[in-house]
Design a protein around this ligand. Structure first.
Ligand SMILES: [Cu+2]
Length: 165
């Protein structure tokens, strides 16, 4: 009994560390927790960046979210010290609309990028400059970890990531 309680406590600590640590380290898939079966997504975040905004009060932010789990995950909310609030936008053709969540399909990838789905950081606390780094805290539903924190660079306004990724 005592040993089981101790193991439970250790697992709890590990889960907290996972939730607050950078998700990037999980992308090789070697350090995942076991036993999270079934319909849960398992997410990792990489390749984030923020093109330097020309306006002072809002900026788009992009990341790539990989889901190696057995169920769809949903990106539901984002917070950052750089902005009062963050909205999620989906783009179809030339029309963008605000959505409550973006789906990361099981076994698939959600790639945010210019002209596509994106996060919009609104009411910026200051105008970010190239070379600066920004912390983004991504909240997921139906996924483990439920929260992933990444630090992303501010790039030139016209920056595009290498398509080979
Ligand atoms: Cu938008």
């Amino acid at each position: 009994m005592r040993r089981r309680a101790l193991l439970g406590a250790v697992a709890g600590v590990a889960a907290v560390a996972l939730a607050t640590g950078a998700g990037v380290a999980l992308s090789d898939g070697s350090s995942g927790t076991s036993g999270q079966g079934g319909g849960l997504g398992k997410v990792s975040v990489s390749g984030g960046y923020i093109p330097q905004p020309l306006l002072t009060d809002e900026a788009a932010a992009y990341v790539t979210v990989k889901n190696t789990g057995g169920g769809d995950a949903e990106l539901t909310a984002v917070s950052t010290p750089l902005a009062a609030h963050v909205t999620l936008h989906s783009t179809t053709g030339t029309t963008m609309r605000q959505v409550t969540a973006l789906t990361v399909p099981a076994g698939g990838t959600l790639t945010l990028g210019t002209g596509g789905d994106h996060m919009m950081l609104e009411n910026l606390t200051h105008k970010p400059r190239v070379g600066e780094t920004v912390t983004l805290r991504l909240h997921f539903a139906h996924a483990t970890p439920a929260t992933v924190t990444v630090t992303v660079p501010v790039e030139a306004t016209t920056y595009r990531p290498d398509p080979k990724g």
